[in-house]
Design a binder for this molecule. Sequence first.
Ligand SMILES: *Cc1c(COP(=O)(O)O)cnc(C)c1O
Length: 353
Amino acid sequence: MTGDRVPVRDDLAGLDPYGAPQLDVAVRLNTNETAEPPPDGYLEEVGRRIQELTLNRYPDRPHRELRQKLADRFDVDPTGVWAANGSNEVLAQLFQAYGGPGRRAVGVRPGYSMYPVIAQVTLTELLEVDLDDDFQWSPSVVDAIADLDPHLTLVANPNNPTGVTVPLDHVTALHDRTSGLVVVDEAYVEFGGESAIDLLDELPRLVVVRTFSKAFRLAGLRLGYLVAHPWVVDDVRRVRLPYHLDAIKQVAALVALEQEPAFLEHRQRVADERDRVARELEQIDGVRVWPSAANFLLIRTDEADLFDRLLRHGVLVRDFSDKPRLEGCLRTTVGTADENDAFLEAMRHELSN
Ligand SMILES: *Cc1c(COP(=O)(O)O)cnc(C)c1O
């Protein structure tokens, strides 16, 4: 016997684990979380409800109460609702069920950084169609995707990292002109843009994916869900691990839904702050800002090493400057007013010459 380690699967050798830095700095604006914690009383109520759990037993595998509660919220049938550990796991389950060897997924560029990773791990081919020069959708983007007739079409609306929204008639056109699943990832839709959920009646192969990580202020909970036609849930069940949603998480999610108005009450403040930060950035020479409907802003400058220079001010943003089509781009999450001021101050300091 030789060798101290087993080589990883050949096609994974070049894949870096997802690694947005989790640094202990003063101002963390790099992962689009909400800066404000869950509302007062939430954790106390979760604590009370946890006491009633029988943790020696496995959790309710089909998480019926949670699916019912989500179904009530959207006025749909619970057989078309499914939750998992973050919308990333929902997406991974969709790729496992409908992707795989010999199957094709299509996204846009620039787009969400996890789609290529999930595609690679599930041995699904991923093709990316370029958005236009302003990172907007257009009929020619729809044409290009339709020509590829993917098994999975991925539409983040609003898009990440741009914040740009996708008109719903493009979603309908994609559905009409492809034979696969059209997955609309609405991670930020509570902040802006239009949900595709109301299109479900007309579009049988539409899947809408949502998360508790962003506007719902529960990134630490790891919970996401899909709303679709029941056959999608039947198929996703084939690939899910048994008891994938733990009992504590199911309770914590139920309580959050009971307290939904308090959870979402901060949205106007975030939108106002986003628009203020955008306006102030536009006053700085050499900064381009994309119009965003989400809780983050994409900016472009000609500055070298701006990410590192901001970090020296204790401000952590997301660096896209070495990504295709995103040369010189950074993405900043909308934080508290103080955090945003620290970011703006650091930007002014670095860009005044
Ligand atoms: C943040 C984000 C998600 C959320 O992932 P979770 O696993 O639910 O935390 C999904 N899609 C996009 C486009 C995102 O930006």
